[in-house]
Design a protein. Structure first.
Lengths: 292, 399, 370
């Protein structure tokens, strides 16, 4: 147990970070049937904003600023890049998402000059070292999964017990009918991007408190893995995304612990392909039949 | 009709571009000295400004740019020439190397400096070789850069040397018998150094546990734990600057007590800064130690502080990276070669290079038969966790 | 003269002019000249873009595995063509590697020094293509059943897995692990690239105009209807996937020739995205568009627009604006504009000879108005 413990703690923490990103994917996919390739980059931008904001402003102003800026970015992306393509084929939408991802990365590159931006003032207290069962680790590592679960519970409440949540469920079920029932579909879609970006921003704050710098490619891998987690759990399902994220985070760290470090990333993708082929709807996904 | 004419126009543009470019294309970048009526000699700078090695490449360029402000002219064959730097970004990866190299050749450079990163140097070397333009590698440490091409020279030490130095230091000075090596998958630089380190360390009688991480990794906690459970006294991770910071962070968080050994890529102010306030023991080998030449240090610090762009490229402060000092030396080595050649013709410069001898800030620079610098010592530095700066430890040789 | 005949003549003339231009460039400029370099890279990208277009534009399968198949082709080419004498130095960490023959040398032994090496190089390219096709067949079995976006992400994941394998040290005696493959023979001039890539694209064009091509298009337009018309969906999708991968593999081999060194690192998903965006710029469903866009993209990004990154562009000096990264940022803005507002790209779904159509129609219209 002592041997594996640090890996498990780390795996859960990594899983928590993936979960916060994965929800953004799963919410958007549930309604638009779109893999939002730009979501990982939104995550990265949140990290950059945090770097710039914390170095210029006191923490109690900087953190809300990060959240607001990221939410705004998610909202704008949807309005500019996805909304005009609502009636276009799905392929166009996905190409647009790849284009946005490309654009964000290149703009971030232009602004940062391609140099990873150091996190000069990490959030105090949560980045301190603590001892757990005789193992040294950062407080944020322990905090991440707890915060993730609290946020997910809040989100589930929002979706199941509020009006906008009902509208989101309706839109996910049947886009056109929901529209006919008088649901303002654009508002609902914007809301999903707002929620997704908000959670990504929280994830980003927790993630980059752990790491010394934000590079423009920082969003790529966590983004892809979070997406795999969303697929694994059954895309469209929030509990699925969270469970999937924790499983992937754990597996990844345990594989590293077992000595197969070369394939820790490849494993995630292999898992994805296997899941897609064996059970494309994932662990908790609903069976969807394509309409002719 | 509109589409057709647009198409024909593009076609015409392309053809025009193809056939009309035989002549002399005036370079559009680099530093142009004020019009002094002198002739110009062009020195090409083949460095990454973007990609993984962008930060390192920029620091190397800083040294050359500073050297250019210190000595903007050169006497060639009795005439004074203005030196013009032609900077082309090779974007770190071999796939973008050939076109960047070809662009430099197209700008009529007499000699090329760079690149940070060996893979891209090897990719560009092919073009330089065909074009007959000599290149001076500044900090590319892979033996194959010079052994493959006659046109490539180099002013720094090599991976076999560096790997052996570190192995000796770990085994003899730190008294460690088990080492853990960590390299990025797909990086020939990392893997090459690990290879030479392992070879030397095992020869001394030590054991090595080797692991790789995939590109884009951010969480190194599990790797540190692996090192701990392997009982490794040092972690040798010759990785790029960004990963170095992540590894330091993870080692500190996991309370790793052994030393973290790094190669020349770790010699970066960001790496030193990231150790501030942490309990880690970071040791690196490098080409130059700040304080080795006070005149140079003060001069370049003043220049960096007066130049906002330079300061940004240096990572926001005025600490002198070894690669910057090497870039400075490379520039002067190139000037020596130009003087000796007595001509701006690349072929003449290439013939003159092997016999160049120059006393730079990083030591004496002379080339052997292969084109490598004769160097037999590396500086070992340690990161001061209080000040976030580098402290000198010792000069370490192979024996 | 009939329209069809006119079109063929137009096509032949344009191709002949292009070939002549290319030969002129080769005759006038050395192989390392920037113009030759960008032509080489652009032809490689053109071939890969067309192969991707075959899948995404003509069959409607959204695959993002192109970089993975190129990786296979590139490695196959490198591994098979490195001269035996150079292997010890290339595979310096793996005792010279486990493969001890070189196709160009073997072929030179059989066919003589004049044609042998070239034949060997072409054979190695072919092997790369076949390997990529084989791999595509294997992956296609499970993956092709997936719907559009799942297929995209699965192929993307596959390319990432492949990269990890090629960098794995245990396979080092063959792939050289994380180290570079180099010292293999390459073509110095641009014309061989143009001819090779042109030939391959011609084959793809013939294929698209055949019954198979029509079946592919039917699948793209409506799967269910296509199936109802008696098209075997699984078989045709697999065929398109395998063929596209074959040409991507050959493109990878040519990419290796162009780069002069092979590492797995460049063959990332970013490369696939780049090619996809080229296809989009050119027009999804237009071969001419893909080729045109490749040339435009490579010429401007590698050569003509470099000034955007280094302070001065078209005589305008603005170092604070034209700094590093501006070129790519400007590019991505253009790409987004195309994606959102000019969804058809440069060519839409029309080909080179179709340009005559428009003119013809317009002339008639003008005549009618008079």
């Amino acid at each position: 147990m002592g041997e594996g413990l640090p890996y498990i703690i780390n795996g859960i923490s990594v899983g928590g970070q993936y979960a916060l990103i994965a929800i953004g994917y799963t919410l958007v996919y549930g309604i638009l049937r779109l893999i939002n390739f730009a979501h990982g980059d939104v995550f990265m931008v949140a990290g950059l904003v945090m770097v710039y904001a914390t170095s210029a402003l006191p923490l109690y102003l900087a953190l809300p600023l990060v959240l607001i800026a990221t939410v705004l970015l998610g909202f704008v992306i949807e309005r500019v890049a996805y909304k005009p393509l609502r009636s276009a084929p799905r392929m166009s939408l996905m190409i647009s998402a790849i284009g946005v991802s490309y654009l964000i990365q290149n703009l971030a590159f232009y602004i940062t000059g391609g140099i990873p931006q150091p996190v000069t003032r990490p959030i105090p207290w949560i980045s301190d070292n603590v001892m757990v069962f005789g193992q040294s680790t950062k407080r944020v590592t322990l905090l991440t999964p707890v915060l993730t679960i609290l946020l997910v519970l809040a989100l589930v409440y929002l979706i199941n017990h509020t009006k906008i949540g009902m509208a989101m469920r309706a839109a996910a079920k049947d886009f056109e009918t929901a529209q006919l029932m008088g649901i303002r579909i654009n508002a609902v879609i914007s809301m999903t991007f707002v929620i997704g970006s908000f959670l990504a921003a929280v994830g980003s704050i927790l993630y980059f408190t752990n790491y010394p710098s934000v590079a423009i490619t920082s969003g790529g891998m966590p983004g892809l893995k979070a997406f795999v987690a969303a697929v694994f759990g059954g895309i469209g399902s929030i509990p699925g995304a969270v469970v999937g994220a924790f499983i992937i985070g754990l597996c990844e760290e345990l594989i590293k612990g077992a000595g197969y470090t070369t394939f820790s990333d490849a494993f995630t993708f292999a898992l994805l392909i296997v899941v897609l082929c064996v059970k494309p709807t994932g662990l908790f996904g609903e069976k969807v039949t394509d309409k002719v | 009709m509109k589409k057709l004419s647009a198409f024909l126009l593009t076609l015409a543009m392309m053809l025009g571009a193809l056939t009309g470019c035989g002549g002399n294309q005036s370079g559009s970048s680099g530093s142009a000295p004020a019009d002094s009526g002198n002739k110009t000699v062009r020195i090409g700078i083949y460095e990454p400004q973007t990609g993984d090695n962008g930060a390192g490449g920029k620091q190397e360029i800083l040294g050359m740019q500073y050297a250019n402000t210190v000595q903007p002219t050169v006497e060639i064959g009795g005439e004074t020439y203005d030196v013009r730097l032609e900077i082309v970004d090779n974007r770190t990866t071999p796939e973008n190397g050939p076109s960047a190299a070809a662009e430099l050749v197209n700008r009529d450079v007499s000699v090329v400096l760079g690149s940070y990163g060996s893979g891209v140097s090897i990719a560009g070397g092919k073009v330089f070789e065909e074009a007959g333009v000599p290149a001076i590698g500044v900090t590319c440490t892979n033996p194959q850069v010079t052994s493959d091409y006659d046109c490539y020279f180099r002013i720094c030490f090599l991976d076999p040397f560096q790997g052996t130095v570190l192995a000796n230091y770990a085994y003899k000075e730190l008294g460690v018998t088990t080492a853990y090596t960590l390299a990025m998958l797909g990086s020939d630089y990392d893997q090459g150094l690990v290879h030479y380190f392992t070879e030397a360390f095992q020869k001394l009688g030590g054991t090595v546990v080797a692991e790789d991480f995939p590109e884009g990794s951010a969480n190194f906690v599990s790797y540190i734990n692996n090192a701990k459970s392997a009982g490794a006294g040092v972690i040798f991770a010759p990785v790029s600057t960004n990963y170095a910071q992540l590894i330091i962070e993870a080692a500190a968080a996991q309370g790793y007590t052994g030393a973290l050994l790094g190669s020349d890529t770790w010699d970066n102010n960001k790496v030193a800064e990231s150790t501030t306030g942490k309990t880690v023991d970071v040791k690196v080998t490098t080409f130059y130690q700040e304080g080795g030449n006070p005149d140079f240090d003060n001069g370049i610090k003043e220049w960096i502080n007066a130049n906002a762009d330079a300061k940004t490229n240096n990572g926001g402060n005025d600490m002198i990276a070894a690669v910057t000092a090497m870039g400075y030396d490379a520039y002067f080595t190139a000037l020596e070669a130009l003087k000796a050649a007595g001509s701006t013709d690349p072929k003449a410069v290439m013939e003159a290079l092997p016999s160049v001898s120059y006393e730079g800030v990083s030591g004496l620079i002379e080339f052997d038969d292969i084109g490598d610098a004769k160097r037999d010592a590396a500086y070992i530095k340690t990161a001061n966790t209080q000040t976030g700066a580098w402290d000198f430890v010792k000069v370490q040789g192979v024996d | 003269m009939t329209m069809k005949k006119k079109k063929s003549i137009f096509l032949v003339v344009v191709l002949a002019v292009l070939l002549a231009a290319c030969l002129t460039v080769d005759a006038l400029l050395p192989g390392y000249h920037i113009a030759v370099t960008v032509i080489k890279k652009a032809t490689v990208y053109a071939l890969v873009a067309v192969s991707m277009n075959l899948l995404n534009g003509f069959t409607g399968l959204f695959s993002l595995g192109q970089a993975g198949f190129m990786l296979l082709g590139a490695y196959a080419y490198g591994v098979l063509t490195i001269p035996v004498a150079k292997r010890a130095s290339v595979y310096q960490y793996f005792d010279g590697g486990s493969i001890q023959f070189s196709l160009p040398e073997s072929c030179a032994g059989i066919l003589g020094d004049a044609v042998g090496p070239t034949v060997g190089m072409l054979a190695a390219l072919l092997v790369g293509g076949v390997l990529a096709a084989l791999m595509a067949y294997l992956i296609g079995l499970p993956v092709l059943r997936l719907k559009s976006d799942y297929l995209a992400i699965a192929t993307l994941g596959f390319a990432e897995i492949l990269r990890a394998f090629f960098q794995w040290n245990a396979l080092g005696p063959i792939t050289n692990g994380s180290n570079l493959l180099k010292s293999y023979p390459t073509f110095t001039h641009a014309t061989p690239y143009v001819l090779l890539s042109g030939g391959m694209i011609a084959i793809i064009v013939l294929l698209i105009n055949s019954t198979y091509g029509r079946a592919f298009k039917a699948i793209r337009d409506d799967e269910v209807a296509a199936e109802a018309m008696g098209i075997n969906l699984a078989r045709h999708k697999r065929l398109a996937f395998v063929i596209s991968s074959f040409f991507a593999g050959i493109g990878g081999g040519m990419m290796a020739m162009y780069m002069g060194t092979i590492a797995a690192a460049p063959f990332k998903s970013a490369m696939t995205y780049e090619i996809l965006l080229i296809v989009v710029i050119g027009g999804i469903g237009s071969i001419t568009g893909s080729i045109l866009a490749s040339f435009l993209y490579i010429f401007s990004s590698e050569w003509l627009l470099r000034g955007l990154d280094s302070g001065t562009f078209l005589g305008i000096s603005a170092p604070s604006l034209f700094k590093n990264g501006f070129r790519m940022a400007a590019f991505s803005v253009i790409i987004m504009a195309i994606v959102l507002f000019f969804r058809k790209g440069i060519m839409g779904d029309r080909e080179l000879p179709d340009l005559l159509d428009r003119r013809g129609r317009k002339h008639k219209k003008e005549a009618a108005e008079k």
